[in-house]
Design a protein around this ligand. Structure first.
Ligand code: C5P
Length: 403
């Protein structure tokens, strides 16, 4: 499973570092080439001799080899790696990763890593629960880092609670699942619409909505991480896409989004309509700023916008999988089912504005995936994890990766 995969194993200074030797052994046994990078504090807990014997490679810790002056390139390591796993990650290392304090080889390698990064935190329960750690973990997540949550149990302090590094076998499962997923959309084109649309009234005003684009961007990153070529048709949002596999096409209005989406969908394997498209636009756009002087009331005549998902759905060819969203103010299952039919979609992602933590501008979402075969409800998760659930369902439906 891991044959020929290049993994950088970062070890920082916590008691759990003793488990890293076992983790290293499991990775090597499954065929991975592992390069260990250890922090100075990490060496207080486990010796480089043990680690280099298990990995078959000298352990990297210092920027230079003291006697020869040879420089160890974190950039080369970052490029070599298909995956970086930091286990254990202490509160201090996590804090340095968040703020870019690159004073050791582990953090410099992290900052140079081009591919996926997983972090398995290990610390005392109070440190794990501290607002500083909570903030840092959320920031890492937002930066695209996968967090392997610590388990609960007895800690080095003899206190009992959450903070134990996840067991090496479980970490290896996550590593294997990453490599399985990382190729599951290779050679596939995915089109995603995201964000709001702005419908101009005059040169300074528009009709818009509260969509942040976060859900659509999370789906784009997830598809890119699985090897897809992504066309992200984005309305006006203040987000940036991290993966070079994402080709972003910025649009402003529904009509512009409609044109681009129709074009991009013609040769797509999958299309996901996550944009909050304005249903109406002003019938005409004033050339100069509308004045309020002398006008007690104002009427803006609106005309209907095209339904992007429905128009793309009408042109859908066999084998293409199209997914829409339904944001409802109540449970909305019936509406989701009727949207499947009306827009010729294969799946509708239903989320309710009533759910705390779901909907616009949040980093989390709670969804129900509705298909013609029934529905599956998921708990509240980060938008990136919701994206993974959606893409898992799409892959199953499309039969990708099936023999
Ligand atoms: O009909 P409703 O707006 O509830 O449907 C929501 C779904 O349809 C979303 O997937 C949204 O992106 C898509 N949609 C669209 N173009 C519109 C309106 C909605 O693509 N004009």
């Amino acid at each position: 499973m891991l044959k020929g995969k290049h993994i950088v194993l970062g070890i920082s200074g916590g008691i759990a570092a003793y488990k890293s030797a076992h983790l290293l052994r499991l990775l090597v046994k499954r065929g991975a080439e592992v390069q260990v990078v250890i922090t100075p504090a990490g060496k207080e807990f486990i010796t480089p001799v043990t680690l280099s014997a298990l990995s078959g490679k000298p352990v990297v810790s210092e920027f230079f080899t003291a006697n020869s002056g040879e420089w160890h390139s974190h950039v080369d390591l970052g490029l070599w790696a298909d995956l970086m796993v930091i286990a254990p990650a202490t509160a201090s290392t996590i804090g340095k990763m968040v703020s870019g304090v690159a004073d050791n080889m582990l953090v410099t390698t992290y900052l140079s890593a081009k591919e996926h990064v997983m972090v398995a935190p290990a610390m005392d329960l109070d440190m794990w629960a501290h607002p500083s750690t909570r903030r840092n973990i959320e920031t890492l997540r937002a930066d695209g880092v996968e967090i392997i949550e610590p388990a609960s149990g007895e800690l080095a302090s003899h206190l009992v609670g959450k903070g134990r590094m996840e067991e090496p076998e479980k970490i290896v499962e996550r590593v294997e699942s990453f490599f399985r997923r990382s190729a599951s959309l290779e050679g596939r084109k995915v089109v995603i619409t995201a964000g709001p649309t702005y419908e101009r009234i005059d040169p300074v005003r528009f009709i818009g909505n509260f969509s942040s684009g976060k859900m659509g961007f999370a789906i784009a990153e997830e598809c890119a991480a699985r090897g897809a070529d992504v066309a992200l048709v984005a309305g006006p949002v203040s987000l940036s896409a991290a993966s070079p596999r994402i080709r972003r096409i910025d649009v402003e209005s529904a009509v512009e989004m409609h044109d681009v989406a129709l074009r991009e969908c013609s040769d797509a394997d999958v299309a996901i309509f996550a944009a909050a498209v304005a249903d109406y636009r002003p019938a005409c756009v004033a050339e100069s700023k509308l004045k309020r002087e002398g006008a007690e009331e104002m009427t803006v005549e609106l005309v209907r916008n095209p339904d992007i998902a429905a128009d793309c759905g009408r042109r859908k060819r066999p084998g293409q999988v199209f997914v829409g969203f339904a944001l409802e103010t109540d449970s909305g299952l019936d509406q989701a089912v009727s949207k499947l039919e009306r827009k010729n979609l294969d799946m509708v992602v239903l989320n309710s504005l009533k759910d705390k933590g779901a909907g616009f501008r949040t980093d989390t979402n709670r969804v129900t995936l509705v298909t013609r075969d029934g529905e599956a409800a998921f708990p509240l998760k980060s938008k990136r994890d919701v994206a993974a659930d959606i893409i898992d369902a799409v892959e199953r439906m499309a039969g990708y990766g099936q023999p």
